[in-house]
Design a protein around this ligand. Structure first.
Ligand code: ZN
Length: 113
């Protein structure tokens, strides 16, 4: 199980939505088509603490739900996102590193040279 999956399983995640501009910025790094009011700085500030996955199965064709990235409420397409805090990911990874290696002992003794 990945660290990300472990956080999802334990409920340590957030669900939200991205507008089209934030989805394209997140997925492709392309901001050339972003609207005049869209702010890359705001997007980075809102998202920098999170590891975000866009759920392409969760699309609302017309919504005014607040965008997780830019906070816009302008009506338009919204894409579902799942976000976990990077600090939580780091914590889970650190726990995984502390897992005793004796849990899966190697049946073959090491070769001595
Ligand atoms: Zn947005």
């Amino acid at each position: 199980m990945t660290s990300y999956a472990r956080l999802i399983e334990t409920g340590n995640y957030y669900e939200g939505v991205f507008c089209t501009d934030c989805t394209i910025a997140h997925e492709n790094g392309d901001i050339s088509g972003a609207g005049e009011t869209w702010s890359q700085v705001e997007f980075i500030n809102a998202c920098s603490d999170y590891d975000i996955v866009v759920d392409s199965d969760e699309i609302d064709e017309f919504s005014d739900s607040t965008c997780f990235g830019c906070m816009t409420r302008l009506a338009g397409v919204r894409y579902g996102v799942v976000a976990v805090l990077r600090s939580d990911l780091d914590y889970v990874v650190s726990l995984a590193k502390l897992t005793p290696v004796q849990e899966f002992p190697c049946p073959v003794p090491p070769i001595s040279l």
